[in-house]
Design a protein around this ligand. Structure first.
Ligand code: T6T
Length: 325
């Protein structure tokens, strides 16, 4: 029985129980409880940890059941077997941040064909038609925002570069493209000297940073388009002794990134709203399970954190968690 049929059977059952109230039969609230699985992009990432907190809160409110799993690395060859194992348990819905736009396309399409409601949180795939809903930041606009921050901190212009994760991830690809496009449209004052990839490894991002500084002593700014790349870029800046001299704009706002911001190694962080992405994801999953109309695409916002606002109420709210409250 697919998720929708299963859910309508449950709905009929609850209607019977409600009718039974008059006969003194008390229904337990949402007795069946929708079975939802959250498959993270990668384990141990403050972004997905914070998203999981939003998911947990929404699942609790809805009286649903949740299991959270994720690969040890941001790598579709590790995420696909996890998805396969989850599909074999036939949950009602899966919230997933797919690791690759191409590699996760068919496995997710197949899962949807089995009647499992798929909600894409954060990342997406090439053709997400099968998904009940997609919730994410406007990542392209986030890259453009990063360049605005560069303009603010390096008003004189100069060489800038990007450190991304790896090609094929919808979010970071869009951020990198948004940043590069904004640099190129800015009238020649800034030069984009290249896009490098860290494989989501802070040590590699640090090494890319020191090598880029050695090759370009006049480098002015780095845009690191996710948490681990930004963490590594900050380490590289420290190793090169260039704190405050080369500007780093990072995406995300994990605890280590916030420390680097406060220390002056990083000048701005584009904080996403992972908890909201998670909460909205659960809401859409439950609507889909119940056969209600979904909002196909939901875009969440950003908070730009700088030393000036990081300790304000809004600045604190923008920071990611290392565990749920
Ligand atoms: O930036 C987030 C997420 O949006 C992206 O898809 C992958 O990297 C992060 O999880 C941060 O590490």
């Amino acid at each position: 029985m697919n998720a929708k049929l299963k859910k309508s059977a449950i709905a009929a059952l609850s209607a019977g129980l409600i009718a039974g109230l008059t006969l003194g039969v008390a229904p337990s609230a949402n007795a069946a409880g929708e079975n939802i699985v959250f498959i993270q992009g990668v384990k141990g990432d403050g972004f997905y940890i914070t998203m999981d907190c939003g998911i947990k809160a929404a699942v609790k409110k809805a009286g649903a059941n949740l299991k959270t799993v994720g690969p040890a690395k941001f790598d579709a060859t590790l995420q696909k077997p996890i998805l396969d194992a989850v599909v074999a348990t036939n949950p009602d819905a899966i919230l997933i941040a797919p690791n690759d736009v191409n590699a996760m396309q068919k496995p997710l399409e197949d899962a949807a064909k089995k009647g499992i409601e798929i909600v894409l949180v954060d990342t997406t795939v090439k053709s997400p038609k099968f998904a009940a809903s997609q919730i994410s930041s406007n990542n392209f606009a986030g890259g453009q925002e990063a360049f605005k921050a560069v303009q603010q901190f390096v008003p004189g212009g100069g060489k800038v570069m990007g450190i991304g994760t790896k090609p094929g991830i919808s979010t970071t690809d869009a951020r990198d493209a948004g940043f590069k496009g904004a640099v190129e449209k800015s009238g020649g004052k800034y030069t984009f000297i290249g896009q490098e990839y860290s494989d989501n490894e802070p040590a590699k991002a640090a090494q890319i940073t020191t090598a880029a500084i050695a090759a370009n002593p006049d480098l002015k700014a780095i845009f690191a388009s996710n948490l681990f790349s930004a963490q590594g870029a900050a380490t590289g800046i420290k190793q090169a002794g260039k704190e405050g001299q080369i500007v780093v704009i990072g995406f995300d706002a994990g605890p280590d990134q916030v420390k680097a911001l406060k220390a002056g190694t990083v000048q701005a962080l584009i904080a996403q709203q992972p908890a909201t992405i998670g909460t909205r994801g659960v809401e859409e999953a439950i609507k889909a399970i119940k056969g209600q109309k979904n909002t196909k695409k939901i875009t969440t916002g950003f908070t730009i954190l700088t030393k000036a606002n990081v300790d304000s109420a809004a600045g604190k709210a923008g920071q990611y968690l290392s565990k749920c409250a």
